[in-house]
Each structure stands twice: as C-alpha cells, then as structure tokens.
Design a protein around this ligand. Structure first.
Ligand code: HEC
Length: 109
C-alpha cells in the first residue's frame, strides 16, 4: 500500500527539482541564448582567437572575412586546407550557430 502512495510523491519531487534548477540557472539561460559563442570559444578560439583576429597557423582573420554565410558554412562543415572539417564534431545546428557568431564578430554588423 505504501508504494502506491510513494511513487506519485517521488514524481512530484522530481518535477519540482527540475523546474527549480532551470529557473535559477543563469548559465543555462545564457547558453540557450548564444550557443554559437559557446561552440566558438570551445572549438575555434584556439586558432582564430576569441575576437576572431588571432590567425594562428595561417588561420584567417575572421572579422575581415568576405565570405558569404553559405561559404562559411561550407568551410566549417567540410574544412579547407589547414582548417579541419567540423561535420563529425558539431551538429548542423551548431555549425549554423557558430557561423552566425563568426559573422557577428565582423565589422559589417
Ligand atoms: C586548427 C586551427 C583552426 C581551428 C581550430 C579552426 N580554424 Fe578556421 N581556419 C583555420 C585556417 C588555417 C584557415 C584558413 C584556411 C585556408 O587557408 O583555406 C581557416 C579559415 C576559416 C574560415 C574562412 C575565412 C575566410 O575568410 O576565408 C572560417 C569561416 C573559419 N575558419 C571558421 C572557423 C570556425 C567557425 C571554427 C570552429 C568551429 C574554426 N574555424 C576553427 C584554422 C582553424
């Protein structure tokens, strides 16, 4: 008899716990808003720098790039010369978000 009453109680607690952590977590909200920046800082800043200007090992200054969005998507997805392909590392959604972030680094805002 006890188990019948305990299960709905536990489910209620679980819902409360999930709701509480989402509402109070500013970091999670921030990540929701700019996943592109997160992906960029983790995967791309190493060579391109956080501001896109580092240009390590022949990497391009991304703020000066004249590529269209479609061309950038292609470079990031399939790679080009020393730039490795990211299609096996990032989802199409992440690649789109990171390219949007790269474009926001540029001077043509
Ligand atoms: C290992 C170093 C390295 C990393 C990490 C890296 N890149 Fe690159 N990237 C390069 C190099 C080198 C080039 C120049 C390729 C060439 O000469 O064709 C380049 C070129 C580019 C270009 C083309 C710029 C232009 O105007 O031609 C874009 C866009 C770009 N990278 C975006 C990214 C993004 C987005 C990421 C992260 C997902 C990333 N890169 C990670 C090295 C890197």
């Amino acid at each position: 008899m006890n188990a019948v009453r305990t299960i709905p109680f536990l489910m209620g607690m679980l819902l409360l716990a999930c709701g509480g952590s989402t509402a109070g977590d500013g970091m999670a909200l921030d990540a929701e808003r700019k996943p592109g920046a997160q992906v960029y800082n983790t995967n791309c800043a190493l060579c391109h720098g956080r501001d896109g200007k580092l240009g390590l090992n022949g990497a391009k200054d991304l703020t000066a790039s004249t590529l269209t969005k479609a061309e950038m998507l292609a470079v990031v997805t399939d790679g080009r010369n020393a730039m490795m392909p990211y299609k096996n590392v990032l989802s199409a959604k992440e690649i789109d978000a990171v390219v949007e972030h790269v474009r926001s680094l540029g001077t043509s805002k």
